[in-house]
Design a protein. Structure first.
Length: 100
């Protein structure tokens, strides 16, 4: 898969990588992608375009992982189970326990 890049096509390996937009401005890079019904934006001050591509991949992948795991709009995750347990017990993993 490929992300859009202002200087051509940047290789990305994530399913949604075509939703990552990387643009170089005068003295910084702008990374944008959609998650959690919002535009996520990261500005990076570097001359290393490969670093920017790696950061874009890592940040978007982690954001999408969190979105999938904790979105209240999904019916296949822990948040749904907690919200619909009707006072029952829900076993959670370590990450969810730390968050709560």
């Amino acid at each position: 898969m490929f992300g859009k890049h202002s200087h051509g096509i940047a290789p990305m390996s994530h399913d949604r990588s075509n939703q990552i937009h990387i643009q170089h401005h005068d003295n910084y890079w702008q990374i944008q992608f959609e998650a959690m019904a919002s535009t996520c934006e990261v500005l990076v001050d570097t001359d290393d375009s490969q670093l920017v591509q790696r950061l874009a991949h890592l940040m978007s992948k982690e954001t999408w992982r969190i979105e999938e795991k904790f979105s209240r709009y999904r019916q296949d995750n822990i948040v749904y189970k907690i919200n619909h347990c009707e006072g029952g017990i829900v076993q959670v993993d370590a990450e969810t326990a730390e968050l709560i």
